[in-house]
Write a protein that binds this ligand. Sequence first.
Ligand code: NAI
Length: 261
Amino acid sequence: MYTELEGKTVIITGASTGLGKAMALRFGQEKANVVINYHSKEENVKEIIQEIAQNGGRAISQKGDVSKEEDIKALIQSAHESFGSVDIWVNNAGIENEVPSEKMTLENWKEVIDVNLTGTFLGCREAINYMLDHKIKGKIINISSVHEQIPWPHFVHYATSKGGVKLMTETLALEFAPKGIRINNIAPGAIETPINAVKFADPESRAAVQDLIPIGYIGKPEEIASVAAWLASNESSYVTGTTIFADGGMTKYPSFQGGNG
Ligand code: NAI
């Protein structure tokens, strides 16, 4: 637990499911004020807010599409009106779908880029403006992916978006370090969330993914939430412009294990 997070306000995008939900619950346990942005699964949000309240935190929700400027502005407005501050912003919302590149339509491409890349930029820009205006030495945490580094055939839009988030984070971190705003990425490996539900329901596909993970198991959302809490805390005070890979070793060339290569 990080006592300095108590009473801080955190906005998390795409927080009605998966990693966003786990981060909302974790920041709730830290007694932060949690602003849950959601796009779908409205039915989950009430439960998340209740659980946060039971743990002594406070939470509100705000529906919105991260790729729309007006929705991002409404999100920060609602956080400010409810809690009077925005100290931490987590750009978590993301989508993926499999399309061989030669068949990828402009619509397919734009859909993923708009949410994963443009949505992250809009969130960063809004958070930075707010933090500068209010002289807050805030923290921004972007959720990229191991595919900021690992190429992914059939997911060129996704890999491109996450590679873009990597350099966006590094560039903004450099630009705003003198103002005390720290900006970092978390790159999850394969984590048990709805984005992977169909793939992991098939035993063969699940086993194929598991073979890519040296630590031997598919990650849990809480294992990403704990990295986010650390990045938001004072314990990571000297960390900015970097990616923390929370991937069970997936990016460490597992095919070389056992002396191969
Ligand atoms: P998820 O599908 O449960 O969560 C994604 C969330 O984003 C959903 O709640 C969805 O409603 C929301 N969302 C989608 N479009 C939106 C929009 N336009 N505006 C606002 N919210 C929107 O999946 P998961 O795994 O929790 O994904 C969270 C993030 O983690 C994504 O950025 C994903 O790319 C990333 N990630 C996940 C990995 C995994 O294995 N689960 C691995 C690497 C990265």
